[in-house]
Write a protein that binds this ligand. Structure first.
Ligand code: PGA
Length: 257
């Protein structure tokens, strides 16, 4: 089964509402017939909460808007957090979870990532689960072990019901994020293939073929074509290059083919 590619922008802590409107105005113009494009490639943006409504209104037909984090409880005394109920209420389609910046700066653990995955899936929202090794781990030959551990510790928190729902894995080598250093298509494909077999061992080979694995880490309009050509790279999670309408529209059109 051919997997529909997914290009997801990760805006991190960028853009005011005015800047977001301006971005979407240019982006939609550059992409052209958005409804036609999103029929063959999924397009999403992970945006700050202040941009949920302006993004939903302006991103164009079929474009999905995601949060960049979510709490696993439905409500409660968790100052500064948003729940899946709130994301649903805001009409979002899912959330990025376990991004390396959240793991690094906010102490997010694999267990917490798993609980968020579970909560999103049960709420009918799409989890985009990030995994990836640091430079030191890669140099020590631990890439596969690190990614496997992150995935399996998170998965241990996901209920059988939640496991039956769609999810996306984003492989993001930490050393490639925001550094301009991209994994080569071969380096990325090698890890994606390992993740695919990991998925097969937990979900069965047939289901594993339907699940999408994105690459993230300095993906841009110049290198995306070669990365997206690899059989197990089903799209990208794109930071820096998703902030510029010229770059991101090119990438979307490349993915469309
Ligand atoms: P980058 O970020 O494309 O700027 O490297 C990717 C990410 O952090 O998701």
């Amino acid at each position: 089964m051919a997997r529909k590619k997914l290009l997801a922008g990760n805006w991190k802590m960028h853009k005011t509402r005015a800047e977001a409107s301006e971005f979407f105005q240019s982006f939609t113009k550059l992409v052209g017939n958005m409804a036609d494009v999103t029929r063959s490639v999924d397009v999403a943006f992970g945006v700050p909460a202040t941009l949920f409504d302006v993004s939903l209104k302006n991103a164009g037909s079929g474009v999905k808007i995601l949060a960049q984090n979510v709490h696993f409880e439905k409500q409660g005394a968790f100052t500064g957090e948003l729940s899946t109920v709130m994301l649903q209420d805001a009409a979002l389609q899912g959330s990025i979870i376990g991004h390396s910046e959240r793991r690094q700066y906010y102490g997010e653990t694999d267990q917490a990532v798993g609980k968020k995955w579970n909560a999103l899936s049960l709420a009918g929202l799409l989890p985009v689960v990030c995994v990836g090794e640091t430079r030191t781990e890669r140099e020590a030959g631990q890439t596969n072990a690190v990614v496997k551990k992150q995935f399996e510790l998170a998965l241990a928190e996901v209920s059988a019901d939640a496991k039956s729902k769609d999810f996306v894995i984003a492989y993001e080598p930490v050393w490639a994020i925001g550094t301009g250093l991209t994994a080569t298509p071969e380096q990325a494909e090698e890890v994606h293939l390992m993740i695919r077999s990991l998925l097969a061992s937990h979900f069965g080979a047939a289901r594993a073929e339907t699940l999408r694995i994105l690459y993230g880490g300095s993906m841009n309009s110049a290198n995306c074509q070669d990365l997206l050509k690899k059989p197990n790279i089903d799209g990208g999670l794109i930071g820096g290059a998703s902030l510029k309408p010229e770059d991101f529209s090119k990438m979307v059109l490349t993915a469309k083919g």
